[in-house]
Design a protein around this ligand. Structure first.
Ligand code: C5P
Length: 221
């Protein structure tokens, strides 16, 4: 179901690690023909670059340079999901300068009339005027099961308990940080993904989106 060209729909999707927000955002983007930005990849990219570049004479200049021209190819790098990169990402995500540099990229992306951006602070900081704000939550056990399944595909030698601990730590660090912490916007719709599969998730989200469109445009679309 592609939306009509005169319709504008800007969706902010936030949530903790493995909360189901990326899967949900991909499903929504495909169904409604929205452009999707997975903002976590931007932070992962910066973390990866910083880890790789051992000697930085001018860190600020380096950051400016790499955040200015991030390409889709940069964001498709599988190395961005290595456990050490993931862990470091949460650390650098606390740095105001890095957040500001990446904010411009996201604001620019939000100029698309039909788009969805997913992350941690999208509804609260990046696009507080989004048409719809979604906040995904999920039990820690289900989150760890999901991530464990993903890691098993690439044969990572990491135990279920290690994964569970890492997710808990990352969510805690993301929620407790001073700048742009992970939290639902006041007007966010909370979506609990603990006990639903992909199909059920899409049905649930479609209802929320179509209700919102009806609210804005006053008719079924
Ligand atoms: O979404 P993902 O798990 O790939 O994000 C990796 C990390 O990037 C998060 O744990 C968080 O520290 C950071 N992040 C953020 N703000 C966003 C998206 C991601 O701080 N909007």
């Amino acid at each position: 179901m592609k939306l009509l060209s005169n319709i504008k729909l800007l969706i902010a999707a936030d949530g903790g690690a493995s909360s189901g927000k990326t899967t949900a955002s991909k499903l929504i983007a495909k169904k409604y023909g929205l452009k999707l930005l997975t903002s976590g990849l931007l932070y992962r990219f910066v973390a990866y670059k910083l880890l790789k570049t051992k000697k930085i004479n001018s860190r600020n200049l380096f950051l400016k340079k790499i955040t200015k021209k991030i390409t889709l190819k940069d964001l498709k790098n599988r190395n961005l999901f290595k456990p050490e990169v993931t862990k470091y990402t949460s650390k650098i995500a606390k740095i105001k300068r890095i957040r500001n540099l990446l904010k411009s990229y996201q604001i620019n992306f939000a100029k698309n009339r039909l788009c969805i951006i997913e992350g941690r602070d999208i509804g609260t900081v990046i696009i507080p005027k989004a048409d719809l704000k979604l906040y995904f939550k999920c039990s820690l056990n289900t989150k760890a099961k999901r991530r464990f399944k993903e890691y098993r595909k690439t044969n990572k030698k990491i135990s279920f308990n290690e994964i569970k601990k890492a997710i808990k730590l990352r969510d805690s660090s993301d929620s407790k940080r001073k700048i742009s912490p992970l939290k639902p916007a006041k007007d966010a719709v909370i979506v609990d993904t603990s006990k639903i599969n992909k199909k059920q998730m899409l049905i649930k989200l479609s209802k929320i989106i179509e209700k919102k469109l009806k609210e804005i445009y006053g008719r079924n679309l």
